[in-house]
Design a protein around this ligand. Structure first.
Ligand SMILES: Cc1cc2nc3c(=O)[nH]c(=O)nc-3n(C[C@H](O)[C@H](O)[C@H](O)COP(=O)(O)OP(=O)(O)OC[C@H]3O[C@@H](n4cnc5c(N)ncnc54)[C@H](O)[C@@H]3O)c2cc1C
Length: 434
């Protein structure tokens, strides 16, 4: 069985010694994040990740999600693990206190995300999508929309998704066809089909708040005519209770190479009631708030899988006895030396270690930039951070995921033929990462 131990010591070193987070307390979130509090949160996150999420990683991959009577069922144990996640108050950690969040730095959220993804990537994507959706609602929503959705999403009672892709339109979103027809009461009737929607449906929450890109008839063609809508799966009654289905359904589940425990859904909107988020025809701008968040999240996935794959490879290399060291036996009483003595095995592990340490430092730096753009009292500092973040976000997404694949592949190679065998978990890391 694969192992995982959250790299709390390395993270602490970066947060407290290298980046010295306490220097950032010109920003309110950092003033709250004292080293003691950060350490306590890290310790608790490590405990839950190692004991609750990680043990479900292999079984979640083997079982996957299934569609029963139009509803998506997550793998065994996911509902219970999600209840623990919700009760632990993890989702609202970085959310605005005005809407029930805890107001801690995004930097801390990023670090915790690494731990969650490394423990169980498929599981981590459910909360990850909520985070992306709340970021868009927070940035573009009216006060009434924020009050309606954010508290329930920060508490993880309601989930979230992002709906861009359609069968004929992926990268080129200007081609999208989903229609949003204005209604007399100010809402819109949303009709169309979206594909590849992560966490599009599941049994973890009582409602799912979909963010859907659609076209208002009569608007400009191409990307300039796209608007963003909030479309709850279930109607939310005036008293806040959950009503009937809002003509939103999951048509089917994609069978895919990895991340089996996360539902990738075909979503049908058949005259669903939607509410404009941000301005008409400015949907791409609003969606980019979520996409930037998602891009950093994807970068962290590259790092997280490299870390967990590396931990398993190191443990195996210290344990597996094959051949003798070039410099003479290092385990003279045993039948052979551990493969850790062989230069090429060391090369693979050291290459991974160098990548992981650099990638983690870069990610934390990006987290500090995110906090600076939002909170720094000096406008010049905010602007500088924004420009750096715009430059570094795609670089991190691309480099950390590309190298994450290479790192997972090298870690698998350390296992020889055993890397190809399911029970070791290494092929899952590589499949998920690819
Ligand atoms: C597991 C998984 C989860 C996903 N989750 C979501 C989700 O939650 N929500 C959502 O909306 N979508 C989701 N997607 C969809 C994902 O965002 C799309 O797959 C992506 O946008 C690419 O679109 P496409 O697959 O249609 O590829 P295409 O756009 O058809 O591209 C095919 C190839 O051509 C290249 N290409 C296209 N245009 C250009 C260009 N102008 N210049 C150079 N190269 C180009 C692409 O890089 C790619 O290699 C998910 C996909 C997967 C696999």
């Amino acid at each position: 069985m694969p192992i995982y131990s959250a790299p709390v010591k390395d993270i602490r070193f970066l947060l407290h010694e290298h980046f010295t987070l306490q220097h950032y307390n010109a920003m309110p979130a950092f003033a709250e994040a004292t080293p003691d509090l950060v350490d306590a949160i890290l310790d608790e996150a490590a405990k839950v990740a190692e004991n609750v999420y990680q043990p479900l990683n292999l079984s979640g991959d083997e079982q996957g999600c299934r569609l029963e009577d139009g509803k998506v069922i997550t793998p065994d144990g996911f509902k219970e693990a999600y209840s623990q996640y919700r009760e632990g108050g993890w989702q609202g950690l970085t959310g605005d206190a005005k809407y029930g969040g805890q107001g801690l730095p995004q930097t801390l959220g990023l670090v915790l995300n690494e731990i969650l993804v490394a423990a169980n990537w498929g599981f981590a994507m459910y909360p990850g999508l909520i985070k992306g959706a709340t970021e868009s609602i927070y940035a573009w929503g009216t006060d009434a929309q924020k009050e309606k959705y954010l508290p329930k999403m920060y508490s993880a009672e309601w989930a979230g998704t992002m709906n861009l892709t359609e069968p004929h339109c992926g990268t080129d979103l200007g081609l999208l066809r989903t229609k949003a027809e204005p209604q007399d009461d100010g809402s819109y009737s949303i009709t169309g089909t979206k594909i590849f929607i992560s966490a599009g449906d599941h049994d973890l929450t009582e409602n799912i708040i979909h963010l859907v890109l659609a076209r208002i008839p009569g608007g400009p063609s191409g990307v300039k005519g796209i608007s963003l809508f909030i479309v709850p799966r279930n109607v939310i009654n005036d008293d806040g209770s959950i009503g009937a289905n809002n003509n939103v359904s999951c048509g089917s589940l994609e069978e895919k190479m990895g991340i089996h425990s996360n539902a990738t859904c075909v979503m049908n909107y058949d005259g669903a009631t939607g509410y404009l988020l941000g301005a008409e025809h400015k949907g791409m701008k609003a969606m980019f708030t979520m996409m930037n968040e998602a891009r950093l999240g994807v970068a962290i996935q590259g790092l997280a899988i490299a870390e967990v794959a590396q931990q398993n490879a190191v443990a195996y290399a210290n344990d597996r006895l094959q051949g003798r060291a070039l410099t003479g036996p290092k385990n003279p009483d045993g039948p052979a030396d551990p493969i850790m003595v062989h230069p090429d095995v060391r090369r693979m592990l050291m290459t991974n270690r160098a990548f992981i340490e650099g990638a983690r430092a870069m990610s934390i730096w990006a987290g500090i930039l995110v906090d600076t753009t939002r909170q720094h009292p000096d406008e010049g500092e905010r602007e500088r951070a924004e420009q750096l973040l715009a430059l570094i976000t795609p670089v991190l997404k691309s480099y950390l995921t590309d190298q994450g694949v290479e790192a997972a592949s090298r870690a698998l190679q350390c296992f020889g033929g055993h890397g190809y065998i399911r029970e070791w978990g290494m092929e899952q890391f590589l499949r998920d990462e690819l």
